[in-house]
Ligand binder design. Structure first.
Ligand SMILES: Nc1ncnc2c1ncn2[C@@H]1O[C@H](COP(=O)(O)OP(=O)(O)OP(=O)(O)O)[C@@H](O)[C@H]1O
Length: 233
């Protein structure tokens, strides 16, 4: 079976020589296409590092990291840049451009996809903003949107290009519980519709139920006993 994410014996280090610090140890993780997996763990346990390796945002050094069938461990930066085009990223801070409207921000998610004409981009951006309930806010600037609305724009930007993989790092951290809930529900619904795989890092216990499975990282190591939500009931 082909996994969306297939990691074997992955190690990662920061620094060199005596200052070298191992932040990920012998990570083994398989995530099926279409699965929604939440990664939890204490601060500093290596969650963001693992997420950025999976996303091709930093280079993997040792072990095997197959993402959508492609080995990224040892990959040159050009290949990593290409691999990133398959992914949608959602961060704690929405990272929207304040000088661009909601629609223009979402269109940024299509800029690296030359197959879209300007007209296609506008139509697709409008469509997804309508799906997240912002159809009447497409010409608003981020400064005129609430935190939850900004994060919905960020989700639209991440999902507008039909990414095969969505990587989210604390997407609800800056939101109150109601907006946080709305944001993950939207993310889950859109991902299900588009059949993409989600890996989501969170400390937010209120959203754990969106996951098919929860994996726990502690001190750079994955705990063995994954919790399969469906099986646990
Ligand atoms: N660029 C870097 N250079 C050196 N050390 C780093 C770097 N990035 C992270 N680290 C260290 O690696 C370890 C893991 O960091 P990481 O950000 O992956 O943890 P985390 O589990 O995501 O934490 P948090 O929940 O606080 O975001 C920490 O000890 C951190 O200090």
């Amino acid at each position: 079976m082909e996994y969306a994410i297939d990691i074997h014996q992955l190690n990662h280090y920061f620094g060199h020589g005596q200052l070298q610090k191992q932040v990920l140890s012998e990570i083994n993780l398989q995530i099926k296409t279409g699965e929604v997996v939440i990664m939890t763990g204490p601060s500093g346990s290596g969650k963001t590092t693992l997420l950025t390796l999976v996303g091709g945002l930093r280079a993997a050094q040792s072990g095997s990291l197959k993402i959508l069938g492609e080995e990224l461990c040892g990959a040159k930066s050009k290949r990593l840049v290409q691999a990133r085009r398959n992914n949608g990223y959602i961060f704690q801070a929405h990272n929207l451009h304040y000088s661009l409207t909601a629609m223009q921000n979402v269109m940024m998610g299509l800029e690296v996809h030359p197959e879209y004409t300007r007209q296609d981009m506008q139509a697709r951006a409008t469509e997804i903003l309508q799906q997240v309930g912002l159809g009447d806010h497409i010409d608003y600037y981020p400064s005129d949107l609430s935190g939850g609305q900004k994060q919905r724009v960020a989700i639209s930007r991440a999902l507008v290009s039909y990414p095969r993989l969505v990587l989210a790092d604390e997407p609800t951290a800056a939101l109150d519980s109601k907006s946080g809930r709305a944001v993950v529900d939207l993310m889950q619904n859109l991902a299900r519709e588009q059949g993409c795989t989600i890996l989501l890092v969170t400390h937010d216990n209120r959203i754990l139920d969106v996951a098919d499975r929860i994996v726990h990282l502690e001190d750079g190591q994955l705990a063995r006993n994954d919790v399969a939500i469906a099986e646990a009931g």
